[in-house]
Design a protein around this ligand. Structure first.
Ligand SMILES: Cc1cc2nc3c(=O)[nH]c(=O)nc-3n(C[C@H](O)[C@H](O)[C@H](O)COP(=O)(O)OP(=O)(O)OC[C@H]3O[C@@H](n4cnc5c(N)ncnc54)[C@H](O)[C@@H]3O)c2cc1C
Length: 281
């Protein structure tokens, strides 16, 4: 087993592969509490697409399972290690390769934090719309692998609707590029959509071409409270006629959603994030 790991270490830059017990402990669990993590064989912290290529090539030749990992914020156990696996962390691949304001797109590596991409877009009057509540600590790769979405999905939909193309490494270390850079792209199989939401089972996302949108003037630069401002038209009152009249229909879960949004925003969400309150609504 040591010989096998030495072979992988030899093709990776120094410091990328670790078998340090403290490092492996830090990378073997995500935010899930109901899944017991296994013991990984090693952790590889990829710094480039090539690191991912050589790791998947090595893993296939030796029959070793690979668990890709972004920010480790999964609540479903997807980034939890299994016994004998390689945990392949993408967090060091955190470069925003390009922001193209004219074409309203960005190219970001998998380890870029959602919030960092949105901040880079804001400098051009644009925004990256998908906003899982973990936006400050989750990665673009993880967001796409889980098809994450947050409150803004009501208007802008979810991660799948914000991705134009992907760079993906397949099992065995083969590189695949899918999609396009244009808003319109109608020919051929839609492999991009297939890969989004596949949680690493079909390949490992190393970078993505993402759609940006004009940043609404009424949104505060800080996303917290954004929905509240839109809902109230930024003027302290709800301008939607049915909601203003109290006639907002209850959702399938029997809740009146504006009330749920009110609970989600504000102090309670902040206190939940800080661990000082129960999970909101
Ligand atoms: C406080 C909190 C709030 C949250 N709010 C939301 C929310 O509003 N909406 C929502 O949808 N989710 C939410 N989540 C869940 C979680 O943040 C999302 O699923 C997020 O998209 C995971 O991103 P990550 O970078 O942490 O990925 P990880 O947790 O590291 O990985 C998630 C899954 O994707 C795979 N994966 C990771 N990176 C890659 C890659 N580059 N290529 C292929 N597969 C990969 C992993 O193997 C795993 O299966 C929340 C979690 C927390 C802790």
């Amino acid at each position: 087993m040591t010989d096998q790991l030495d072979a992988l270490r030899a093709v990776l830059p120094d410091g990328r592969l670790s078998t340090d017990p403290d490092v492996m402990e830090a990378y073997r669990r995500d935010q899930t509490t109901v899944v017991t993590p296994g013991q990984p064989r090693c952790v590889v912290r990829a710094g480039s697409t090539r690191d991912v290529l050589v790791t998947l090539d090595w893993a296939q030749r030796h029959g070793v399972p690979v668990v890709p990992r972004g920010g480790g914020t999964s609540l479903a156990g997807g980034a939890t290690a299994i016994d004998g696996c390689v945990v392949l962390s993408l967090e060091r691949m955190d470069s925003i390769r390009e922001v193209d304001p004219a074409n309203e797109l960005a190219v970001a590596e998998a380890g870029v934090l959602n919030a960092d991409l949105d901040r880079a877009a804001a400098a051009h009057g644009l925004m990256y719309a998908p906003d899982p509540s973990s936006f400050e600590i989750s990665t673009i790769g993880g967001n796409l692998a889980t098809n994450a979405g947050g409150l803004r999905c009501v208007k802008y939909r979810v991660s799948r609707d914000a991705v134009l193309g992907l760079e993906v490494v397949l099992a065995g270390g083969r590189l695949l590029r899918t999609g396009r850079r244009t808003m319109k792209g109608v020919t051929g199989y839609d492999l991009t959509s297939l890969l989004v939401g596949s949680e690493g089972t079909l390949g490992i996302i190393t970078s993505a071409t993402l759609r940006l949108r004009p940043r609404p003037a009424r949104y505060p630069p800080d996303r917290r409270g954004g929905l509240c401002r839109v809902r109230r038209g930024g003027q302290g009152g709800d301008r939607h006629p049915r909601r203003a009249a109290g006639a907002e229909p209850a959702g399938a879960d029997g809740q009146r959603h504006p009330a749920r949004y009110r609970r989600l925003e504000g102090d309670r969400l902040r206190r939940w994030r800080a661990g000082a309150a129960d999970r909101p609504g």
